[in-house]
Ligand binder design. Structure first.
Ligand SMILES: *Cc1c(COP(=O)(O)O)cnc(C)c1O
Length: 425
């Protein structure tokens, strides 16, 4: 029976059998026992399925990965120990030294650094494009060694909506997959696979968890991209893997090739696996994701409208506002709401903005977003402080930008706190 998202949030990934725990159990074990040495050997050769060591797979982690795959409508998913690891693995699973990829420049600051600095040191080059450029200008950036295209459904912190369908078509014209970081929208508000995207990533640290309990990530594969049709570009998936006796992933695993390779090579060798305890906590967050997203969006809409009408505020970015530059794209991709994150600027100096934040009562200054608690951050002095002014602008972050992550408290209390902090600033 095909289930709706609300039902999948509760029931996806884990089904208790007779006498089994109703709640997903925590398999807090590094290792799993076998009866014969041959049984174990087959697991190591990927000839049999089963658990043997938690770095490669763990039943608690797998149940949560299955739930997220179901929510996104993918064929498989792999949990990682952070959102950073998820984006790193999603790309390096198909991209190595000497390769190139293209990314939107309006992305999370940590991802910007990962792509522009750390991956460059590993010999992987990336080109940052402005999604507002016309097709012709962006398409000039594709090279014979380009392996993928990357963007964020709703950019953190700028709140820009990525035109998934447009960039999926463009990527496919050049024989590469589109990877979308769907952290802010969550599958409740947008399912990028329905618009042609091939691979989705998440920082599960944000709304999926929702309670600031664990840092985690996830890579989900749609199973749609035809690696064999572009075999010369993706030899890692289509050619023999010497570390598994010459096995070919696409031939052996079909639509599960990408996820299987990610686990059996990257997770095996680099090991960014989440603790089963954390996956258990993430799963509790996922059980209420649908309810929380609805409230985050309703509250944020009211707060954005209040900010827009406030004479102390110089500008507001929230794609739910009809005046917003991204309203039309928001209506297309996020018709039921986008997320709780608003970006705005206060009139006055940088010090006024800092005083405003210091005057807040229950709204907290934290390096976190997408949480049940309303929180606030000034990217230029916090998350993005490693970036130069020019890089800030390139990443779509104005120096006066305040990132407000609207929680699920009573919305009148949230507005009252903002108002009193502005009064005293
Ligand atoms: C937070 C975030 C990340 C990084 O995730 P971590 O879990 O903090 O490693 C990646 N992408 C987006 C859009 C994020 O908001």
């Amino acid at each position: 029976m095909k289930k709706n998202l609300e039902t999948l949030c509760i029931h996806g990934g884990w089904k208790a059998g007779k006498g089994e725990p109703q709640q997903l159990p925590i398999y807090q074990s590094t290792t799993f026992k076998y009866e014969t040495s041959e049984q174990m050997a087959k697991l190591f050769d990927l000839e049999d399925e089963g658990y043997f060591y938690t770095r490669l797979a763990n039943p608690t982690n797998d149940a949560v990965a299955r739930k997220i795959a179901a929510l996104e409508g993918g064929v498989g998913a792999v949990l990682t120990s952070s959102g950073q690891a998820a984006n790193f693995y999603a790309i390096t699973n198909i991209c190595g030294a000497g390769d190139h990829f293209i990314t939107s420049n309006t992305i999370y600051g940590g991802t910007f650094n990962l792509f522009g600095v750390t991956m460059k040191k590993l010999g992987i080059e990336c080109t940052f494009i402005d999604p507002e450029w016309d097709d012709e200008r962006i398409e000039r950036e594709f090279r014979p060694n380009t392996k993928c295209f990357f963007g964020e459904t709703i950019s953190n912190p700028g709140g820009k909506v990525f035109d998934i369908e447009r960039f999926a078509n463009m990527a496919h014209r050049h024989g590469v997959p589109l990877i979308v970081d769907n952290t802010f929208a969550t599958p409740i508000n947008c399912r990028p696979f329905e618009w042609g995207c091939d691979i989705v990533t998440h920082s599960t640290t944000k709304y999926m968890d929702g309670h600031a309990m664990q840092v985690g990530g996830c890579v989900v594969d749609s199973g749609h991209f035809d690696w064999e049709a572009h075999a010369e570009r993706f030899p890692g998936l289509t050619e023999p893997d010497d570390s598994y006796h010459g096995l070919r992933y696409t031939e052996r695993f079909g639509p599960m090739a990408y996820c299987t390779k990610l686990v059996s090579q990257l997770m095996r060798d680099l090991g960014s696996i989440p603790a089963p305890q954390n996956s258990f906590l993430l799963n509790i967050g996922l059980e209420t994701l649908h309810l929380r997203m609805r409230q985050h969006c309703a509250n944020a809409q009211a707060v954005a409208e209040w900010l827009e009408a406030n004479e102390r505020v110089s500008w507001v970015n929230y794609c739910g506002l009809p005046s917003d530059k991204y309203y039309a794209l928001g209506q297309k991709y996020l018709p039921n709401g986008s997320c709780g994150v608003i970006a705005f600027g206060l009139k006055g100096t940088r010090e006024d903005a800092i005083r405003f934040m210091d005057n807040l009562e229950f709204i907290s200054i934290v390096t976190h977003v997408a949480d049940a608690r309303t929180c606030v951050l000034h990217p230029a002095s916090h998350t993005h402080r490693q970036l130069s002014d020019e890089q800030l602008r390139e990443a779509g972050v104005a120096p006066d930008l305040i990132r407000l992550s609207v929680g699920i408290e009573n919305v009148e209390d949230i507005i009252a706190d903002l108002r009193q902090a502005m009064d005293r600033a």
